[in-house]
Design a protein around this ligand. Structure first.
Ligand code: 3PG
Length: 206
């Protein structure tokens, strides 16, 4: 389960308003070489969009992001999620993420938060908001004291800086909204999504 993201080091973080766009969005990402997605629970129809992806894109590695409450964990499990991502970790959310059988990537923003998550059983975490809390320099600094904690930075990650993260031994993936923005999805600009996905894959494999 924890190896789920090994084959996809770039995770598009998306907010889908219209579930009818979900499948075409995944097809555009696939054409660009990306087979994973994190659908955030930031729109009213997010769960419906996740169900569409589960039904029509069975090969997509399907993450649910913006998990804030234990109920979000249950709703995501029910909708068919493969992995869960939260922006931070509260006591109740920690318990819910410990209980799930899905890969859970709790958000951390500091060495102490990363250590708390590690102590709670999460070896893979998210660093959020990555650029705002110190970016690649922060991750580089904390690699030596906590080499077993692996990070997925998101928040300010773009084509221009993603390589500096992926070069670090404690980074297993990067995520961000730049590959498929809300406007891209709303305007059904699949060519733009495909292009940005292909560009990200190229940088990740360089
Ligand atoms: C997230 O939820 O991971 C972030 O909103 C992504 O941040 P970005 O919009 O800067 O990519």
């Amino acid at each position: 389960m924890s190896d789920l993201l090994n084959q996809c080091p770039v995770i598009p973080v998306v907010a889908i308003e219209d579930p009818d766009n979900a499948v075409e969005l995944c097809h555009a990402l696939n054409r660009g070489g990306i087979n994973a997605i994190e659908v955030t629970l930031r729109t009213e129809k997010a769960i419906a969009a996740i169900k569409e992806i589960k039904k029509h894109c069975p090969k997509m590695i399907l993450g649910v992001g913006t998990i804030l409450l234990p109920d979000d964990v249950l709703a995501s499990e029910d909708a068919g999620a493969d992995f869960l991502v939260s922006p931070g970790l509260s006591p109740n959310l920690k318990t819910a993420l410990q209980k799930t059988n899905l890969l859970a990537l709790p958000g951390t923003a500091s060495p102490s938060e990363a250590l708390s998550a590690y102590e709670a059983g999460f070896q893979k975490v998210k660093l959020f908001p990555a650029e705002a809390v110190g970016g690649a320099q922060l991750l580089k600094s904390i690699q030596a004291p906590m080499p077993k904690v692996m990070f997925m930075p998101t928040g300010g990650v773009r084509t221009s800086n993603m390589r500096s993260y992926l070069d670090l031994p404690n980074v297993y993936a990067v995520g961000g909204t730049w590959i498929a923005t809300m406007d891209d999805i709303k305007n059904r600009d699949w060519a733009s999504v495909e292009k940005k996905a292909a560009e990200a894959v190229q940088i990740a494999s360089a």
